[in-house]
Design a protein around this ligand. Structure first.
Ligand code: HEC
Length: 176
């Protein structure tokens, strides 16, 4: 009897011990887990580039662009972008700026349009990849943008639209 109690006590004690150890190691492991992504993010996005994170997760659009369909892109543009953008030469600014010659155009540079300070701060010219990132998730690429558009999740749709926009220029930029 006594030895049974001792054994039972031992079992109970070790069960308790295991629980305590479990709790403690949770407590130790948990903040450690939280630390890692926080460090990774701050390492990936030093000072200037907020684009660092999306750039890492979005593959280049080049392969889709090579087999893009301009007519399909025009149709997508008319459905998804035309509410806010014209793309013809001399076209009006609407909710968003006219997009004539957008490939290679300086960011936030179209006359008569009042850009957000976030877009003005972005800097550089619109490359294929930059447009790809913008229309994938505008709010993620330009934090604080006025472009209230959820984004085009499908790579081929983005490539088709970009291929269409490329043709809307005096001299279409060379493909990548
Ligand atoms: C709900 C309105 C809206 C829709 C829909 C929309 N945009 Fe925009 N877009 C804007 C606004 C507003 C801006 C200016 C953003 C800013 O200043 O932050 C903008 C900016 C841009 C720019 C940068 C222009 C420049 O001169 O720097 C590009 C490129 C662009 N949009 C492409 C597209 C494409 C392609 C689509 C469709 C897939 C699209 N947008 C859909 C409102 C929209």
């Amino acid at each position: 009897m006594a030895s049974f109690n001792t054994v039972a006590g031992c079992v109970l004690a070790s069960a308790l011990f295991a629980m305590v150890v479990g709790k403690v190691s949770n407590a130790v492991v948990h903040p450690h887990k939280l630390d890692k992504p926080a460090i990774a993010v701050s390492e990936e996005a030093p000072a200037a580039t907020t684009a660092a994170a999306p750039a890492a997760e979005l593959p280049p659009i080049g392969p889709e662009l090579a087999k893009a369909n301009v007519d399909a892109g025009k149709a997508i543009f008319q459905k998804q972008c035309f509410t806010c953008h014209t793309a013809d030469k001399g076209g009006a600014n609407k909710v968003g700026p006219n997009l004539w010659g957008i490939v290679g155009r300086k960011k936030a540079s179209h006359g008569g349009f009042s850009y957000s300070s976030a877009m003005q701060a972005k800097g550089g010219d619109w490359t294929y990849e930059d447009i790809n990132h913008l229309i994938f998730k505008p709010a993620a690429y330009v934090k604080g943008t006025k472009m209230a558009f959820a984004g085009l999740p499908k790579p081929q749709e983005r490539a088709d639209v970009i291929a269409y926009l490329r043709t809307m220029a005096d001299t279409p930029a060379p493909l990548p």
